[in-house]
Design a binder for this molecule. Structure first.
Ligand code: FNR
Length: 388
């Protein structure tokens, strides 16, 4: 399955002949600046901010600059194949949308989960839908079209509720369960602390809980009648400090492919693999959870080696097509973006997300064309050179 992602630029240049210039920014810095202007300050600081002085968040992106792709000539890479096989599915490209818990309120109409799912349907780029959404997971899944969707689980302390969420995701047609391990407690985020802002405490993005029979049974009054009590109940069950002893249970509650998110140490990868996960997800949560850590990209080669053949999903700091190419060359099976598509959504709803995804893929595709790497299999570590 090869798709001509680079042709997005032809479309743009041809429109230019007719005097039409792109509606949305072409470069990340401008996308970020315009999104800031379009978002309420509290949502902007929650999305753009990270842990501590955000050193790790910045390092996630600058880490990519320490690698360069070596151009190869006389390859004639006139057709590129960016397709990947993941858990028995063939995806048109390695790009996916990482779970973003407040994506719902990043959209001007407050239904950003649905708008993002529609962008997945239009582009073939899968969305990993967060547990924290403004619309219930069933409504999100209904918008995926032919594109597979994955469900990200924040494992609540109440196991019955965890199982209910996972089984709802199975019934709704999600194709994998991604369990996030690094966020059972919120990291120290000065930007949000400075304004005392935590969206979920204000009742935002709790639709999966308030629509869940197990969660509702924990409440004295229906969440529609007493949303504040529901939000308080949520704080009591949200974060589960999982240990290795919990992994066999997580494995047992679903027959879908199980992926664990937040792994950066090779020993953790080996142990998770031994306990039967189908994939590992190398990420430091975009630097939002713990400052002072390694850029996620620096952890990737060790994770890939330890994964020993099972798929490795990767995110944190990916901002353009070159970053995607480099992450693939360092061994990622699939590469996620978080903030970039949230910014596209804030600017233009589904259309804004589609633009961001198409631009990322066009650049990756054209780099592979120019530099002579016709397929993802050609992007191996030796295709890169360390710059410093
Ligand atoms: C996130 N991320 C996240 N991850 C997760 O597993 N579940 C979630 O609900 C959220 N929520 C969330 C909200 C916001 C506002 C952001 C920016 C991120 C982390 C996300 O999946 C991903 O790991 C990072 O966003 C990747 O880094 P970049 O691309 O934002 O640098």
């Amino acid at each position: 399955m090869s798709q001509d992602f680079g042709s997005y630029q032809n479309e743009i240049y041809l429109n230019g002949l007719a005097g039409i210039v792109p509606e949305y920014p072409m470069a990340h810095a401008e996308l970020e600046a315009k999104a800031q202007a379009a978002m309420p300050p509290s949502v902007w600081s929650y999305v753009a901010g990270g842990a501590g002085d955000e050193h790790t968040q910045r390092a996630n992106s600058t880490a990519f600059q320490r690698w360069g792709l070596i151009p190869r000539m006389f390859v004639g890479a006139s057709q590129r194949d960016l397709s990947v096989d993941l858990f028995g599915m063939t995806l048109p490209s390695p790009l996916f949308m990482a779970p973003v818990g407040v994506i719902g309120i990043c959209a001007q109409d407050g239904h950003g989960d649905l708008a993002t799912a529609r962008a997945a349907a239009r582009t073939g780029v899968p969305m990993i839908a967060s547990t924290l959404s403004a619309d219930p997971l069933e409504a999100v899944a209904a918008e995926f079209g032919a594109t597979p969707g994955f469900f990200q689980l924040y494992t609540p302390t109440n196991r019955e509720l965890a199982e209910s969420l996972v089984h709802r995701a199975e019934r709704a047609g999600f194709k994998a369960i991604v369990v996030t391990l690094d966020t059972w407690i919120t990291g120290w985020r000065p930007r949000d602390l400075a304004t005392g802002n935590f969206p979920q405490l204000r009742g935002h993005c709790l639709a999966n809980y308030t629509s869940d029979p197990v969660f509702r049974a924990l409440l004295d009054r229906a969440p529609e009648e007493d949303p504040q009590a529901a939000a308080l109940a949520w704080t009591r069950i949200f974060g589960n400090p999982l240990t290795w002893d919990d992994l066999p249970w997580l494995r047992s509650i679903t027959t879908l492919p199980l992926v664990v998110k937040g792994l950066c140490h090779p020993d953790d990868v080996r142990r998770a693999k031994d306990l039967g996960v189908d994939g590992v997800y190398c990420s430091n949560h975009g630097g939002r959870q713990a400052n002072g850590g390694l850029p996620a990209l620096d952890a990737l080669p060790g994770v890939v080696a330890a994964a020993d053949g099972i798929p490795v999903l990767f995110d944190s700091g990916v901002r353009d097509g070159a970053d995607i190419v480099k992450a693939i060359a360092l061994g990622a099976t699939a590469v996620g973006v978080g903030r970039p598509y949230a910014y596209g959504l804030a600017l233009g709803g589904t259309g804004g997300v589609v633009h961001v995804l198409r631009a990322l893929l066009a650049e990756a595709d054209l780099i592979m064309a120019v530099d002579g790497y016709p397929s993802l299999a050609d992007l191996v570590p030796d295709a890169l050179q360390r710059i410093t």
